[in-house]
Design a protein around this ligand. Structure first.
Ligand code: HEC
Length: 209
């Protein structure tokens, strides 16, 4: 009698398990899961394609390329050449005159509107701050964008190498040139490049003083 009951219980459990398996099989025969061609959320398409901000991709670079890393390896003669574009309006010798634009001797590291005897636009006169390498990089890229209503009618230097060259050269036209940023990556190259570059810088200063 006892074993009969145990048999019934075991049979019942086996039936239950078979039923679960059978229902599962029938279920997957009736319903076929379909992979969606397109994800439900519209943004996920772009994320999956690797474009985090598809619409915001600018057609043009928003600002000037950075130049700090280029400064230390600039050939100062190239900077002097670029300055020819500025020389119709600017003198850069010590004690030299203001022309259409102010004399630029010692401009790097100096404050905005550094000449007391030059009549600046109000945008320039009221700007505040000083001409570090970054400020000059932005100003020379597009003067009118950087200083509202500037009197400097100059389109700008679009080539990063031109801006780096003329800024490094202007830095040498000073009683107290700023130390050029010396990125560790270019440290070994720098050992040779300034050898003749800094010679001319010192020569220029000597004649200027
Ligand atoms: C067409 C004439 C003209 C040319 C070309 C020109 N500038 Fe100027 N520059 C000016 C004038 C005018 C100002 C004064 C701007 C103001 O008051 O808004 C000025 C101002 C500046 C200043 C700020 C001076 C200060 O005291 O704060 C710098 C720096 C400068 N110029 C650099 C350059 C460089 C470098 C070039 C060549 C790549 C150049 N400029 C080409 C006319 C010129």
């Amino acid at each position: 009698m006892k074993t009969m009951e145990i048999n019934k219980i075991v049979a019942g459990v086996i039936c239950a398990v078979l039923l679960v398996i059978a229902v599962g099989k029938i279920g997957s025969m009736l319903v076929h899961p379909e992979e969606l061609e397109n994800p439900v959320y519209p943004f996920s398409e772009d994320i999956m394609a690797g474009n985090a901000e598809p619409a915001a991709a600018p057609a043009e670079p928003a600002g000037p390329e950075p130049i700090l890393a280029m400064l230390a390896s600039v050939d100062l003669a190239a900077g002097e050449k670029v300055f020819k574009k500025c020389a119709s309006c600017h003198d850069a010798e010590k004690g030299g005159p203001n022309k259409t634009g102010p004399n630029l001797y010692g401009i790097v590291g100096n404050h905005f509107a550094h000449k007391d005897d030059f009549s600046y636009s109000s945008g320039m006169a009221e700007h505040g701050g000083s001409w570090g390498f970054e400020e000059l990089n932005h100003f020379l890229y597009k003067p009118r964008d950087y200083i509202d209503g500037t009197k400097m009618s100059f389109g700008g230097l679009k080539k990063a190498s031109d801006r780096a060259a003329v800024i490094a050269w202007l830095n040498s036209k000073s009683d107290t040139p700023l130390a050029l940023p010396d990125p560790a990556a270019t440290a070994t190259e720098n050992a040779e490049v300034p050898a003749d570059g800094s010679d001319t810088a010192e020569g220029d200063e000597a004649t200027a003083q």
